[in-house]
Design a protein around this ligand. Structure first.
Ligand code: 5GP
Length: 121
């Protein structure tokens, strides 16, 4: 799948659409999810044009991967969830129900999150 620069997170990165920003550095932007599913629900996205987790893992440079991983830690620290714990989710592709085709990691916390997956319907 090729990268579609008209996706909503690309627009947020270009400043065409507002976001509730939590963190930004050279490698990543993090902002609150518009439909939060926990008291803390932040989306962390790389600045590069990567469709998905697998696209990022396969193609990003070591510097981008390290920078993105550090950004996740910085967001967890900033949101105050390091001690209590949190969950990272990277929905990927059709079976992962990925909605937005720009790689993103959900950081969820602020309460006990329960089982990892709901039962299949
Ligand atoms: P996915 O299912 O692709 O892993 O998750 C996409 C997430 O992006 C969803 O949780 C959805 O609520 C969030 N989202 C979609 N559009 C917007 C938007 O315009 N702004 C923000 N902040 N979040 C969005």
């Amino acid at each position: 799948m090729s990268y579609d620069p008209s996706n909503i997170f690309a627009k947020i990165l270009r400043g065409e659409i507002p976001c509730d920003k939590v963190f930004e550095d050279d490698h990543a932007l993090a902002f609150k999810d518009i439909r939060p599913q926990a008291p803390v629900h932040v989306l962390i996205i790389p600045k590069g044009a990567y469709v998905s987790s697998s696209d990022f893992s396969a193609k990003a440079s070591a510097e981008e991967i390290a920078g993105f991983t550090r950004a996740i830690h910085a967001v967890a620290e900033k949101m105050g969830v390091l001690d209590a714990g949190y969950r990272l989710i990277a929905n990927t592709g059709a079976n992962g129900l990925q909605e937005v085709p720009h790689f993103h990691v959900h950081l969820l916390g602020g309460r006990a999150l329960g089982p990892m997956l709901t039962r299949p319907r």
